[in-house]
Design a protein around this ligand. Structure first.
Ligand code: PMP
Length: 362
C-alpha cells in the first residue's frame, strides 16, 4: 500500500500545531491510576442525566434537532438573554472554530495570551489566520495592556481565557472592561469561561454584563467541566444577534447530537445538585493549593479545577515521577505541568508526589 498521495492539501495545514493530550501512565501492579490531565469532572454522570440520555438513545436512528431549539431556549431562560443570542456547537472548542471561521480570512490575526488553551493556535491556523501570542506576566496572568498593543489592522479576534488554562488566574472585571472599551469595535473579543463555575473571586468578570451593551463581545461556555458532559461535546456562545447568527451559519449541520442536547437540558435542570459537586472540587482545590504552597511550591492563584506547576526544564522529570505514582498529568513542553483537581485520593497522590519531588531535587 502506497503512503504517497498527489492530492494537494491546503498549505495552511502545515502550520497547524498538534493537540497533545496527557500520556496515560502504564498500568503497574499495586498502583491505582488517576487521569488528571484533561480538567474533567471526576464525578460520574448524575443518575437523572443518565436516565434522560438512555431515553434519548431510543431515537438515535433520527437526526437531532438541527436548530437545537429546546436547549437554546433552556439556556436563554437560565441566563436571562434572548434566545437569538445563543449559538451552540460540538463543545466550546467547536464553537471557537465557528467563531474563527466566521471572522477570519487567510492572513488575518488572532491575538491571545500564551500560554493559554492549546486549541487557540489550532483553530487559528485551520482558518489560515496567524496567531499572535502575548506572554503572560510573572504571576501567569494575562497582560491586557500588551494584548491591546498587539492589535493591528489585521486583527479580527482577541481571545481572553478567564480563568486561564493552563495557569489558573482570572482577569479582573474592571481591567477587562477597560480593555474591551479600548479595543476597536470591529474586533471581536471572546471571553472564554470554560471554568466559570469554579470561580469564587469576587473580582472575576461578569462577562454577561460586558456582552450586554457591546456587540463585539462573545461569551464562550461549556458543559464539559462543571456539568460533567465532556464526552458528549456540547458548548455554547452568547453574543448579539449578528454574531450569534454567523456562528449558527458556521456550525457543522446537526453537530450537537441528540444525546448531548438532552443531557445538557437535564444538567441545567440539575444545576443545584451539580453545584454541590463543584463546591466539593473547589474545597479540594483550596486543600491542594495550600498543601503545595506549604511544601514550598510557587503555585499561581487558580480559580479553575486545576493547578499549574511552572517547572521549566524540570517538567519532564516531574511528569515522570507522577506517572510512576499512577497520575497522568498534562505537560506543556519545558514550561510546566498542569494537574486537574480530581477525586480526593488522586489529590492526595499529587500532594505526596510533589512533596517527594521537591525533597529529591532540593
Ligand atoms: N476553553 C478552554 C479554556 C478549555 O480549557 C477547554 C477544554 N480544555 C475548552 C474551551 C473546550 O472545552 P470543550 O470543547 O470540551 O467545551
Amino acid at each position: 500500500m502506497s503512503e504517497h498521495s498527489d492530492v494537494r492539501l491546503r498549505s495552511a495545514l502545515t502550520q497547524v500545531p498538534a493537540y497533545v493530550p496527557g500520556k496515560p501512565a502504564a498500568p503497574r501492579e499495586g498502583v491505582i491510576a488517576y487521569k488528571v490531565s484533561s480538567n474533567e469532572n471526576p464525578y460520574p454522570p448524575l443518575p437523572s442525566v443518565l436516565e434522560v440520555v438512555r431515553e434519548a438513545a431510543t431515537q438515535i436512528n433520527r437526526y437531532p434537532d438541527m436548530a437545537v431549539t429546546e436547549l437554546s431556549n433552556a439556556l436563554a431562560d437560565h441566563l436571562g438573554v434572548p434566545v437569538e443570542h445563543i449559538a451552540t456547537g460540538t463543545g466550546s472548542v467547536g464553537v471557537l472554530g465557528q467563531i474563527i471561521q466566521a471572522t477570519c480570512d487567510p492572513g488575518d490575526e488572532v491575538v491571545f495570551a500564551w500560554r493559554s488553551f492549546e486549541a487557540y493556535p489550532i483553530v487559528t491556523a485551520l482558518a489560515g489566520a496567524s496567531a499572535v501570542r502575548v506572554g503572560l506576566d510573572e504571576h501567569c496572568r494575562h497582560r491586557l495592556d500588551a494584548m491591546l498593543a498587539a492589535i493591528t489592522e489585521r486583527t479580527k479576534v482577541v481571545l481572553v481565557c478567564t480563568p486561564n488554562n493552563p495557569t489558573g488566574p482570572i482577569v479582573h472585571h474592571d481591567e477587562l472592561e477597560r480593555f474591551i472599551d479600548a479595543v476597536p469595535s470591529r474586533v471581536l473579543v471572546v471571553i472564554d469561561e470554560a471554568y466559570l463555575e469554579f470561580v469564587q473571586d469576587p473580582e472575576a468578570p461578569d462577562a454577561l454584563a460586558l456582552y450586554r451593551d457591546r456587540p463585539n463581545v462573545v461569551v464562550l461556555r461549556t458543559f464539559s467541566k462543571a456539568y460533567g458532559l465532556a464526552g458528549l461535546r456540547v458548548g455554547y456562545a452568547v453574543a448579539h444577534e449578528p454574531i450569534a447568527s454567523a456562528l449558527r451559519k458556521t456550525a457543522v449541520p446537526f453537530g450537537v447530537n441528540s444525546l448531548a442536547q438532552a443531557a445538557a437540558i437535564a444538567s441545567l435542570d440539575a444545576f443545584d445538585e451539580l453545584k454541590e459537586r463543584v463546591d466539593a472540587i473547589v474545597a479540594e482545590r483550596s486543600r491542594v493549593v495550600e498543601a503545595l504552597r506549604t511544601q514550598g511550591w510557587f503555585i499561581p492563584d487558580t480559580q479553575a479545577n486545576f493547578v499549574w506547576f511552572p517547572l521549566g526544564d524540570r517538567s519532564t522529570a516531574f511528569t515522570q515521577a507522577a506517572q510512576e505514582a499512577g497520575l497522568t498529568l498534562r505537560q506543556y513542553g519545558d514550561d510546566g505541568v498542569r494537574a486537574t483537581i480530581g477525586e480526593p485520593e488522586a489529590n492526595d497522590v499529587l500532594i505526596r508526589v510533589a512533596g517527594a519531588f521537591l525533597e529529591a531535587t532540593a
